[in-house]
Structures are given as C-alpha cells and as structure tokens.
Unconditional design. Structure first.
Length: 203
C-alpha cells in the first residue's frame, strides 16, 4: 500500500517551520512519502483567535524559551541560527512566490532558503529585493516569478489557502495533515510521517 501524502502547512515567519522545512524531505523521500507544500499566513489565523501579534511576543517568558529552544535544536540539526533583528517578519512575497511556483522542482529549495535567510542569516525576507536575491542564488529567473506572484489569481489563492487553514482548524505552524489527521509542531514531524505509512484506526 503506498504511503499517504503529507500536507506541510508552514509560515515563513514561523520559527519551527524553519526546522521542519529543513528536515521533512530528507525524512519523507526514503520512505516514499509525497510532501505537499502549503504556505499560508498566520496573521489572520492569530486574529481569529484574538491575538494581534505572535504569541511569542505577547507572552515574553514563552518567547524567551522559544528562542533558546530554537538555538538548541538548530545546533542539534546542524542548522545556522541567528535571532532575527525583527520578529515576526512578513512572509507575504515569499508565500505568493511559493504558490506561483507550486509545480516547480526548485520549490522546496526556495522555501528552505527563505526560511534560512530569515532565521539563519537575519535577512529581511519582507523585502522583494531579498526574495529576488534568493531566486537568483537558486539559478531561477527572479523577474519572472516575482511578477507572477503579483497576479490577482495568486493573491486570491493565498487568501483562500489561509482561509482554508482556519477552516481545517489549523492554529499554528508547522502543521502536518495526513488525510484528516493533524499533527502540530516540528516535534510531531516523525509522527506524521509514520502515520502516512501506517495510519492507525480511530481511538
């Protein structure tokens, strides 16, 4: 029986999405698990929950723990890490490019590079010029994809995808969906992949 696909819902401003994006393909590919990359915006999701900022900013002790936890995990996984000089950063341009390039083979590399730029290099990913640099570094024609990301259908698609995240009950990133089964957080990635191989009956 083939493995079920895993939908990877992520946000470019999400710290733990950084970790999951760097890990998911290397774990999923050997097991033959398809990964579907689902960018969305956490801002509207948080607003629906009554928050006007990241909970890591709203609750400073939680934020301090998160940054230390992220530093430990980046060291564990061998990933570069720098606390961003601005948090959260706006990932709108990057999310639109991701949707526009949904079927391109370089898409996972782009997602990983943008997240690494934000959390490993402290580059301002809210600026189109930074996204342009990342596309160029990947050997992709940046003008084509940045222009494509401004099309109304792409803007609408991102809004609908964000609305869909709320409809599905997604409240944070990263979230992994395997069929109707939800797993939240980088530390649930392995559980989601195991479920994709051998789903369990309802408890």
């Amino acid at each position: 029986m083939p493995a079920m696909p895993v939908e990877f819902w992520f946000e470019f401003a999400s710290t733990y999405s950084y970790l999951a994006a760097q890990r998911i393909e290397s774990l999923a590919r050997p097991a033959g698990i398809p990964v579907i990359w689902r960018p969305f915006l956490l801002g509207p999701v948080f607003l629906s929950l009554g928050w006007n900022d990241s909970p890591f900013n709203i609750y400073p002790p939680k934020g301090r723990y998160m940054w230390r936890d992220l530093a430990r995990l980046c060291a564990k996984y061998g990933l570069p890490f720098r606390v961003p000089s601005q948090f959260p950063r706006n990932g709108l341009h990057a999310a639109r490019v991701t949707l526009a390039a949904a079927n391109e083979p370089w898409l996972p590399d782009f997602v990983r590079a943008v997240l690494r730029a934000n959390f490993g290099e402290d580059r301002d990913i809210s600026q189109p010029a930074v996204i342009q640099e990342i596309l160029s570094e990947l050997g992709v024609a940046p003008e084509l994809w940045l222009e494509g990301a401004t099309r109304e259908e792409i803007k609408t698609a991102l809004r609908r995808q964000t609305e869909r995240a709320t409809e599905l009950g997604i409240f944070g990133a990263p979230t992994f969906l395997v069929g109707s089964e939800m797993f939240w957080g980088n530390d649930r990635l392995e559980d989601a992949l195991a479920w994709a191989i051998q789903p369990q009956p309802p408890g």
